[in-house]
Design a protein around this ligand. Structure first.
Ligand code: C2E
Ligand code: MG
Ligand code: MG
Length: 538
């Protein structure tokens, strides 16, 4: 700014104080002032171009001002002196004007591209952030709507990438129609959109629009034949300034509302409310707790035995993580693991648990339990790391734990997140001799086609599937089919969360190989678990 003002003042002084017909003497040489003037003007134009390159908006604006002034001044000079001497200066100024116009247009184009999603032509994440920042700066009231196609990956994989691209474009068109110029539609992620809508935008009409436009199948043209797909869409909204006053909180709240919508039925919009805000507080508390536990080593492990359904012989232990801070606060893994998964703290947790479990158990497993298996839970975040198998190999090497006694429990989310890397990692781990169990089976959305491809050793039936087997025949039949299927896949089957002897008896009848549950043992402290291993031999 100071530079700009200095240039403007210098220009005015040079033009005003120097007379066109006078001359400057430098030694013996006499320089006509108008050529001096020309040199100064040329330097000025160069500075104008540099200013435009450095800051194309402010620089171009000031340069335009300077150049218009120069042209007008030269024109007045021509009329006043009736000499054409200032004409080259005026022409140069006009050329500089043109150059600055072209340069700033190029800059605008580059900026536009950096703000645009190339598939849909909508604003991208950067464009979206700029839009809300501008709105907040202008203190205008608005609503942010997060919008997601939940099953996009499946559609993309099954119909092909071209169809996936068409779907994304089709959804953009539908969203633009639904906002009818009452806001900006942006595409902020693979299958995520964000809408910034005016305060008088009718959210109920948007809700109805979602049902009408996305409630059924969508036709995508492929050659002569339309291809149909059923996108499942969800939306969550948060308002400025009622719900949040800054960009990051607003986005967090819209995302949280979207998360709540995803727990409801498809094609719904959920608005953020204060109760969700308290959930965020709870999540923040849990995040702090996890960080403190990692920093102060306030985690410990419990080991829940797994038994052979027929012989009640010990199969192994599942490692379960627990927290206890010195001030007595604690939380269960069902609470803090999902929070850690969102923040990627889970990678540190998984590394910690694997190291600690193998270190704690290596001697006992090697000396006493020659057929005992140690199971460790692994989150989808870790399982989809390209170097995960190598990491496990190095922990096995460092601890001296026998690879064939280690079992890693993965969930279907690993497949949903990145099927290729998950399968690659399973392959490498199996080569090391490590066993793989599929945890919580029956709670995810994995298709049978995907499941049979998985080279796993153990299928873990989730507690929710066996909860009603005592009372419901349908539930019994269902569990029966799952066990049958597990055996067809050439793997063992274990039921978790078994709480009654009657459940054990029914599972035994259905050929379920193993059980894990409160009926025979709750998770044990480390000392109790190793004592059990010692008893096994003595
Ligand atoms: P999960 O891997 O399915 O673990 C089984 C959960 O069921 C454990 O809960 C266990 O205590 C509980 N359980 C076992 N038998 C019974 C029963 O008969 N009745 C009932 N009501 N519950 C039973 P926990 O320890 O609270 O763990 C919850 C989840 O947290 C685990 O589910 C797992 O997904 C996650 N988790 C626990 N430890 C770790 C860990 O070290 N790493 C990772 N990534 N996740 C973990
Ligand atoms: Mg588990
Ligand atoms: Mg489980």
């Amino acid at each position: 700014m100071i530079l700009n003002i200095t240039i403007l003042v210098a220009l005015i002084i040079s033009n005003v104080t120097l007379n066109q017909e006078s001359a400057l003497r430098v030694g013996n040489v006499s320089l006509p002032v108008f050529s001096m003037n020309g040199v100064i003007q040329l330097l000025m134009f160069i500075v104008c171009i540099i200013m435009t390159c450095i800051s194309y908006r402010a620089g171009a604006r000031l340069s335009y001002g300077i150049l218009i002034f120069t042209v007008l001044y030269d024109m007045v000079g021509i009329l006043h002196t009736k000499s054409l001497a200032p004409l080259p200066g005026a022409i140069n100024a006009m050329l500089a004007f043109l150059a600055i116009f072209i340069i700033s247009k190029q800059f605008r184009l580059v900026e536009q591209e950096s703000l645009t999603d190339y598939v849909t032509g909508l604003y991208n994440m950067r464009g979206f952030l700029e839009t809300i920042e501008k709105r907040i700066a202008a203190r205008s009231l608005f609503t942010v709507i997060y919008f997601r196609i939940d099953n996009f990956r499946m559609i993309n994989d099954n119909l092909g990438h071209d169809m996936g691209t068409r779907l994304l474009r089709d959804v953009s068109v539908k969203l633009l129609e639904m906002t009818k110029g009452y806001g900006t539609v942006c595409k902020i992620g693979g299958s995520e959109y964000a809408l910034v809508t005016d305060v008088d935008f009718d959210l109920n009409a948007f809700r109805r629009g979602m049902k009408e436009r996305f409630g059924g199948k969508i036709a995508l043209e492929e050659g002569e034949y339309p291809v149909y797909c059923y996108p499942r869409v969800y939306a969550g909204s948060a308002r400025y300034p009622e719900d949040a006053l800054d960009v990051s909180t607003l986005i967090k709240y819209a995302d949280l509302a979207l998360y709540h919508a995803m727990k409801e039925r498809a094609n719904t919009l959920v608005c953020f409310d204060e109760q969700m805000g308290s959930e965020i507080l709870k999540q923040n508390e849990l995040e702090t707790l996890v960080k403190e536990c990692l920093a102060g080593d306030y985690f410990y492990l419990m080991y829940q035995p797994q038994y052979d359904t027929r012989t009640r012989q010990l199969r192994g232990f599942e490692t379960l993580l627990r927290t206890l801070l010195p001030d007595g606060t604690s939380a269960g893994p069902a609470e803090f693991i999902p929070v850690a998964e969102k923040t990627n703290l889970i990678i540190q947790i998984d590394t910690y648990v694997l190291n600690r479990a193998l270190t704690e158990m290596v001697d006992y497993i090697s000396n006493y339990g020659e057929d005992v298996i140690l199971s460790v839970n692994v989150s989808a975040n870790s399982m989809t790391r390209e170097d995960f198998a190598e990491h496990v190999a190095s922990v096995l090497k460092d601890t001296g734990f026998p690879a064939n006694r280690l079992e890693l429990e993965i969930t279907e989310y690993s497949l949903a997140e990145n099927e290729n890397i998950t399968i690659q990692n399973i392959g490498k781990l199996r080569k090391l001799g490590v066993k793989i169990a599929l945890d919580d089976f029956g709670t995810g959305y994995t298709s049978l086609a995907q499941l049979v491809k998985l080279p796993i050793n153990l299928l873990k039936i989730d507690k929710s599937l066996i909860d009603d087997i005592e009372t419901s025949e349908m539930s019994r039949d269902f569990v029966n089919v799952v066990i049958y299927m597990g055996h067809l896949m050439d793997c063992d089957v274990i039921s978790e969360g078994v709480e009654s002897q009657m459940q054990v008896d029914l599972l035994r009848e259905q050929n379920c190989d193993y059980v894990q549950g409160f009926v025979w043992d709750r998770p044990l402290y480390y000392e109790a678990a190793v004592a059990m291993l010692e008893r096994k031999v003595h």
